[in-house]
Design a protein around this ligand. Structure first.
Ligand SMILES: Cc1ncc(COP(=O)(O)O)c(C=O)c1O
Length: 429
């Protein structure tokens, strides 16, 4: 006989628990913890006569309703999908899927990183003083107005957290960087997407999408995953068209790949404007993606606010040391930039020569190309074909580009191999 208890119909796991209260099985030690004491069990139930066992998975399954409830807006987030480094069945691949520096890390940064691992027991400099001073010296910026992050990702998130919340809107372009959607939703703000103009940023469309609820505008320049560039004049026009209470986050993760005359003027605008936050990263041209270091520049007021919510000790000691060396290694930066521009243009030319097979390249100012496949060879098939050559690239259906494959510019040999495989696949399709 089983006691009649107020169980809801919770399926098999619940049945197992109900069975455990059968007088024929007087005490199986199931632990109901504090709740059990308060529950209106019949006094005869043999609860906890033996020492209590720790809670088990079965307890949780027995009452699936009893769990922390995530915020509705968090449920709307699809987790960030990182670039692949292996095939679906686990074969390792050369990574041309995350826009890292295929040439690696400069010798100076590497040596500084190794040297900085001598003391691992002490927290890093919480103010990243040497790093801010080095950045300030290279870019002619006030170090007091520089903030640092665990990658520029952290900075994008704290910008959204500080200035937007439920009921507010965060605006960015269609085919914007995937983290903007997550940053907006994470704080309960509504993501608003402005249409593109042939994959590039349309400043008029962005301005037209601003409402009185807009609090933050994110724009990557050059943009990922398209590689497109918005000119200095257009950035100034966009900024001039935004109300002063809207924070304009200008994400310059790929700025170091530009020639000096292509600079979009963001850092200059941020010197005097109170509502621009420019972000940069050490993950791309500086070859320090493994260390997770980004930085940002804005008015003293904005920086003060952002410091309040960044994680304490958010950049490691070795990361800070490596970044100081990297930003002072102008030679490595120039070498990487020259290499990238050369092989990017070469690969773009190769793809252009496959236009009769439906391949098209979006003009890029970054260390990657977005290739659109509108012929017999699909982007998915091209990605899988490149796996067979040993290369991971980034297929983008999740970002609304099922016909798009983003390919990081690799070494000379890698870029040639990718081009040859693309040609072979396009011609065979
Ligand atoms: C446009 C853009 N912004 C920001 C980031 C984030 O870089 P990290 O967090 O490594 O600094 C990336 C990385 O791919 C990016 O493409």
């Amino acid at each position: 006989m089983t006691h009649s208890l107020p169980w809801r119909d919770l399926g098999e796991a619940s049945q197992r628990l109900r069975d455990s209260f059968s007088p024929e099985k007087p005490d199986d030690g199931v632990n109901f913890g504090r709740r059990a004491k308060k529950a209106p069990w019949p006094a005869t139930l043999p609860l906890a006569r033996k020492p209590l066992k720790p809670r088990t998975m079965t307890d949780t399954l027995a009452n699936p309703a009893a769990k922390p409830a995530p915020k509705d807006w968090i449920l709307g987030i699809s987790a960030y999908v990182p670039g692949k480094s292996a095939t679906d069945d686990g074969r390792p691949l050369i990574k041309l899927s995350a826009n890292e520096n295929p040439l690696g890390t400069g010798a100076a940064a590497r040596a500084a990183l190794v040297a900085a691992t001598a003391d691992l027991a002490t927290y890093p400099d919480p103010g990243a003083t040497s790093l801010r001073e080095a950045i300030g010296a290279v870019h002619g910026l006030d170090p007091e107005r520089i903030i640092y992050g665990t990658g520029s990702d952290e900075l994008l998130h704290i910008a959204a957290s500080a200035y937007a919340g439920p009921g507010d809107e965060i605006l960015y372009v269609r085919y914007g960087f995937a983290v903007y959607d997550i940053a907006a939703r994470r704080v309960g703000a509504t993501p608003v997407i402005a249409p593109d103009k042939d994959y590039a940023t349309d400043v008029d469309a962005l301005l037209a999408a601003v409402t009185d609820k807009t609090r933050v505008v994110f724009l990557a320049n050059p943009n990922n995953p398209t590689g497109t560039m918005t000119s200095r004049e257009e950035i100034a026009r966009l900024h001039a068209g935004l109300r002063p209470d809207i924070l304009f986050v200008l994400d310059q993760a790929y700025a170091e790949y530009l020639d000096a005359e292509e600079d979009d003027g963001g850092l200059e605008l941020a010197r005097t404007a109170s509502n621009i936050f420019v972000t940069r990263t050490f993950s791309k041209i500086h070859g320090l993606a493994a260390e997770r270091i980004g930085w940002g520049y804005a008015s003293a007021d904005v920086i003060d606010i952002l410091h309040r919510i960044r994680a304490p000790f958010n950049v490691t000691t070795a990361g800070q040391a490596a970044a100081v060396a990297a930003i002072n290694d102008a030679e490595w930066v120039a070498f990487s930039r020259t290499h990238t521009a050369r092989w990017r243009e070469w690969l773009a030319g190769e793809v252009a020569s496959l236009s009769n097979h439906g391949l098209r390249v979006v003009p890029s100012k970054t260390n990657f190309l977005l290739i659109l496949f509108d012929g017999k060879l699909t982007a998915e098939a091209a990605m899988k074909g490149l796996w067979d050559e040993g290369y991971a690239t980034r297929w983008l259906p999740g970002q609304g580009l099922p016909n798009g494959l983003r390919i990081t510019i690799g070494t000379k040999a890698q870029t040639r191999a990718v081009a040859a495989k693309l040609r072979a696949m396009a011609e065979a399709a």
